[in-house]
Design a protein around this ligand. Sequence first.
Ligand code: ADP
Ligand code: MG
Length: 290
Amino acid sequence: ATPTALVVGTGRGAQLGILIKGPEVLESTRRVDTVVLDKTGTVTTGRMTLHEVYVAAGTDEKEVLRLAGAVEHASEHPVARAIALGAEERAGRLPGVAEFENVPGRGVRGRVEGRDVAVGRLAEYTAELPQELADAKDAAEKDGRTAVVVGWDGVARGVIAVADAVKETSARAVRELRALGLTPVLLTGDNRAVAEAVAREVGIDQVIAEVLPEDKVAAVRRLQAEGRTVAMVGDGVNDAAALATADLGLAMGTGTDAAIEAGDLTLVRGDLRVAADAIRLSRRTLATIK
Ligand code: ADP
Ligand code: MG
């Protein structure tokens, strides 16, 4: 490989909105045959909003919103932001939280007005969900919403449904990746029904859902063990290790610093179509060299 051609490749990358860690990155891009896409913030906008609130019989909806909103106020997660903001709009000023705890890929806990409140998919509340709440949760998830359980003092009290939209460019990006001969795979910690609804919308057949943050790496390794050469595109703190493990890591420039540091390439504008541009560019650059 002549270094000059590689340097030209990286310069062209900058024009396209691709930041490349080093010229050698273009080499590893060549053999990629599988593209793993994180869902939230990568295929979808990651800007979630609050939709439905379901409560158990005898429970006040505003109370569920206030207590859930109070705990989520302390978290940066897109689900948390949607709940805190929506709760404030619908139920007024949020009380303070003490003993806040974030459980990555699961949810949050904290003490609010003397109650032990939890929000998310924490086993202590999802394991024995009353039938009415379980049905509401299933229905919301079939509609592509992320549904989380709100409970306090050992009892599940409600379900809150949030959703974000698929990015305008995602379906086209998936088509372009396929046209390059790559197999797209959707990878997410979110519920399977939600993941499948999003996958359908953008044209992805292969879905790996309900994956804990620490297991995203294992999911990438499994694909590699099948003999695939894997590119991973992600934006979150929980994607960083998988980005580093993949043969090629592409970070969304709109995402977290952790993801950007772990990636080999950064898609500056957070447009998934640029992932296809990056692969096209590297193939062209390397063809010039040969
Ligand atoms: P993704 O892989 O889509 O970026 P995460 O791994 O961050 O998602 O989260 C997986 C799931 O864990 C969420 O869909 C949600 O059900 C739950 N969860 C995570 N953080 C929170 C939170 N702060 N509040 C409520 N639920 C949460
Ligand atoms: Mg994400």
